[in-house]
Design a protein around this ligand. Structure first.
Ligand code: ADP
Length: 304
């Protein structure tokens, strides 16, 4: 998340100010030791008071910088969501106005094309609204658990993503399973569907024009891992963990060009944690693709 120049100036000022105060306190501390080295009680008292002041200053500065960064992230999030809501609404409005103004003359194929665009725009709107709602509820509310085969759910979501994004057959493909045994989990189908969709949608979205996404569902003992691999821009090592934070987007031209809210991976990691699993990312670095892993426990025997 990039920090605006004005805020960066404010952060730099407060950090410098705190560093100066710490240096001053340290100098006073040394002076106090030199002046009172023969009197043990005032010496100890002075050292303790100065240590308390320095600790307070460090805590204060850390808190301040963290708050400024958090505000910055909220601003970026509000901008992103506003854009994600406004763009499809404006597009729907434009198409509706054209349909109304030219209802008598508009050829049927054009009319159908407009309906298609409006349908996609409402999908986009719904997606953004669902992301925001899911984030608001993250970690709260009981899971609606049921037993189901995770491989079926993954196959369903891949088919949906392929249709929704008008991708050619095979652009997003399921790696053939090495085992015949199903991967039965005991979880909330809707929540896990949303997590898988987010991973697959990101892999498509960040791949650009050349979409080649492989999804594997692999069993390991009592656990199952869904792996989504793309050949897109990849993720720098320092951001591999940060991308799962709420509102976090990797800074740079890519995230300026490709719109998003920074909520998808937070939803993925929350769903994983609520199911006793975890989510993580690996990448060989910028330009070399990324793999997202969603690890979940298999359903215990006898649980219905
Ligand atoms: P959004 O995609 O809406 O920005 P996410 O939480 O889904 O939010 O992702 C957070 C960030 O992680 C993205 O902004 C992007 O920088 C990075 N990211 C996610 N998936 C990928 C991917 N498959 N390849 C490269 N970067 C990714």
């Amino acid at each position: 998340m990039s920090v605006a120049p004005g805020r960066r100036g404010a952060i730099a000022f407060f950090v410098t100010f705190s560093v100066c105060l710490i240096a001053l306190a340290a100098a006073l501390n040394v002076g106090w030791i030199v002046l009172t080295w023969q009197q043990v009680v005032p010496l100890l008292l002075g050292v303790l008071v100065f240590a308390a002041i320095i600790t307070g200053l460090i805590l204060n500065t850390t808190y301040l910088v963290r708050e400024i960064r958090r505000n910055e992230q909220h601003d970026a999030f509000v901008n992103a969501v506003t854009h994600e809501l406004k763009t499809p609404v404006t597009s729907i409005r434009l198409h509706l106005d054209t349909l109304r103004a030219r209802s008598a003359t508009l050829p049927e194929d054009k009319r159908q094309e407009f309906y298609g665009v409006m349908h996609e725009d409402t999908d986009r709107l719904l997606h953004t609204i669902e992301q925001v709602l899911r984030t608001g509820q993250a970690g709260r509310g009981p899971l609606q658990r049921a037993r189901f085969d995770l491989r079926d759910l993954v196959a369903e979501q891949l088919a949906l993503a392929t249709t929704r994004r008008h991708l050619p057959e095979g652009a997003v493909h399921l790696v053939p399973h090495a085992e015949t045994a199903p991967a039965i989990v005991f979880g909330d189908r809707a929540e896990l569907a949303s997590a898988i969709t987010n991973l697959v949608d990101n892999a498509i979205k960040y791949s650009g024009d050349r979409v080649d996404v492989a999804v594997a569902v692999v069993r390991h003992g009592h656990r199952v891992v869904v792996r989504v691999t793309d050949h897109g821009p990849g993720i720098p090592p320092e951001d591999l963990k940060r991308v799962f934070r709420r509102f976090y987007r990797v800074p740079g031209p890519l995230t300026q060009r490709i719109r998003g809210t920074g909520l998808g991976l937070f939803i993925v990691s929350t769903a994983a944690r609520r199911h006793g699993g975890r989510a993580w990312a690996t990448s060989h670095g910028p330009g070399r693709g990324a793999t997202f892993h969603l690890d979940l426990p298999l359903a215990p025997e006898g649980v219905v």
